[in-house]
Design a protein around this ligand. Structure first.
Ligand SMILES: Cc1ncc(COP(=O)(O)O)c(C=O)c1O
Length: 476
């Protein structure tokens, strides 16, 4: 299903032909190691794996700090939906930053050093925003790199959640990521309303999947009371890729503001945030964006909300209300220290403080890898990798002791498949994967999330994972 069309989740889960996933047909020998190797040989992005540090099996079990040895066997890392692997470029970029700081100290704010891959610190956030805008389908001025994800969600809600007695509800999903749930709850309380009354949780139709139809009808039901809709682009638990354009369009048709948490979508799936008219969005950079644990985050504010006007006869500019600091103000007057605030037009006006140059450096290093391909090319490989994973997991004769709770329609998911194991299997399977040097994410009581990432995972990784999992569940 292409974004923009109503989904038919029911049909895609029941009418699947297991030898064909999406548009891909799998040959009779698809479950052989030889076939996995041949898929890697045909992969136009195969060189990208070499741009990342793949933790070795030995290193993954290490209890002390140490470097991987060249000939150590690579581990199988399927946890890029939690923390992306380290691009090799990061070390050089960070060293350049340390050298800049060591050599010219405060001069690093404005001086462009020759032979540095970096911009002066005052320009680094704009540079990272411009590069990121290509990944999320935005104008450069609609993206800012600042703060961390939940902080940005709060700052954006401070501007976009303006409750009134009649309209104070926020529509979210039943199993929102806890940080989003808490942020929304606290915003409602902050404004003096009752979360029990003001949080509308959309329940899944069945299992963990929420159809667009369900979301649209819930919007319709509460349209007169909703102040904001806040949903995930890709749901963290089920891996479902929501139909952002259709849901956004519908919210707008009802006169509602809508924002998206893109933590699991940025760097994973192509988006057109500008074209889709999304009001605002936020994401972290440590998952599919590979910028390192807790690194500085991204935010999007649509052009229509970023205008700054200076009406004649008024002594203050007119712009969307928000929380501000000196980094929300125009660079040209930032250091005038005259307390005469001139907001940056666009998303840049939602920055507040001086951002961490080390964090930004790490983001820029990671973006330098994305710059060598495109999100569309990555998606093409991602669709193949995940379809191959699905095929290998489900093509056996016996019924597997797990169920894939991610939509089986490739267009309704990103890289991740979530497997709901039969009760009591998680610990055993987790231990078997760990012993084999396979890293996946476990969510108690029974779910493992498996995310082959097109930048650094191979078809052979997928094949090995499927073998290890099958053997583990057979033994059990
Ligand atoms: C969907 C989602 N939202 C919010 C967060 C919270 O992110 P942070 O701790 O960077 O604010 C996460 C973290 O993994 C997440 O996956």
């Amino acid at each position: 299903m292409a974004p923009g069309l109503l989904d038919n989740t029911e049909a895609s889960t029941t009418l699947i032909d297991w030898a064909v996933v999406g548009k891909q047909k799998f040959p009779d020998n698809a479950d052989s190691e030889e076939h996995a190797r041949s898929l890697d040989l045909e992969d136009p992005l195969r060189e990208f794996r070499g741009k990342f540090i793949i933790p070795s099996k030995a290193a993954l079990k290490r209890k002390s700090l140490g470097k991987s040895v060249e000939h150590d066997e690579d581990g199988i890392y399927f946890c890029g939906n939690s923390l992306g692997l380290q691009p090799k470029a990061v070390a050089g970029y960070i060293q350049a930053q340390l050298d800049t700081w060591a050599s010219i100290a405060v001069g690093g704010h404005f001086t462009q050093l020759e032979e540095s891959p970096l911009k002066p610190w005052q320009s680094l956030a704009d540079f990272a925003a411009e590069r990121t805008s290509r990944l999320v389908g935005a104008l450069p001025s609609e993206v800012a790199i600042a703060n961390t994800l939940t902080v940005n969600i709060h700052l954006l809600m401070a501007s976009f959640y303006r409750p009134t007695t009649k309209r104070n509800k926020i529509l979210l999903e039943w199993k929102a990521f806890p940080s989003d749930h808490y942020a929304i709850e606290s915003q409602i309380l902050w404004h003096g309303y009752d979360p029990k009354e003001s949080m509308i949780l959309v329940e899944p139709d069945e299992d963990h999947i929420i159809s667009s139809r369900k979301i649209l009808s819930t919007i319709d039901k509460y349209a007169d009371e909703i102040a904001l809709v806040l949903l995930p682009g890709v749901q963290y638990y089920s891996g479902q890729f929501l139909d952002i354009p259709t849901i956004t369009g519908h919210a707008h048709a009802k006169g509602l503001m809508i924002g998206w948490d893109l933590a699991h979508a940025a760097g994973n799936v192509p988006m057109k945030l500008h074209e889709w008219g999304v009001d605002f969005a936020a994401w972290c950079t440590y998952k599919y964006m590979n910028a390192g644990p807790g690194s500085i985050a991204g935010l999007f504010v649509h052009e229509k909300h970023g205008k700054v006007e200076y009406p004649q006869g008024q002594d203050r500019p007119v712009f969307r209300p928000r929380l501000t600091g000196w980094y929300s103000g125009d660079k040209s007057s930032r250091f005038d220290m005259d307390n005469n605030f001139q907001p940056i037009p666009g998303a840049g006006g939602f920055q507040i403080s001086n951002p961490s140059a080390i964090d930004l450096t790490s983001v820029c290093a990671s973006l330098s890898v994305f710059d060598q391909t495109s999100i569309e090319e990555l998606r093409e490989k991602s669709l193949k990798l995940t379809a191959y994973l699905q095929y290998l997991l489900l093509n056996g004769d016996a019924e597997p002791p797990f169920r894939i709770i991610t939509p089986l329609d490739p267009a309704q998911r990103g890289a991740q498949l979530s497997l709901l194991l039969k009760p009591g299997l998680l610990e055993y399977v987790g231990a078997a994967l760990h012993d084999a040097g396979v890293v996946v994410d476990q969510r108690k009581p029974d779910v493992i999330r498996v995310a082959p990432v097109p930048l650094y995972n191979s078809f052979h990784d997928v094949w090995v994972f499927a073998q290890v999992l099958k053997k583990a569940v057979e033994r059990k």
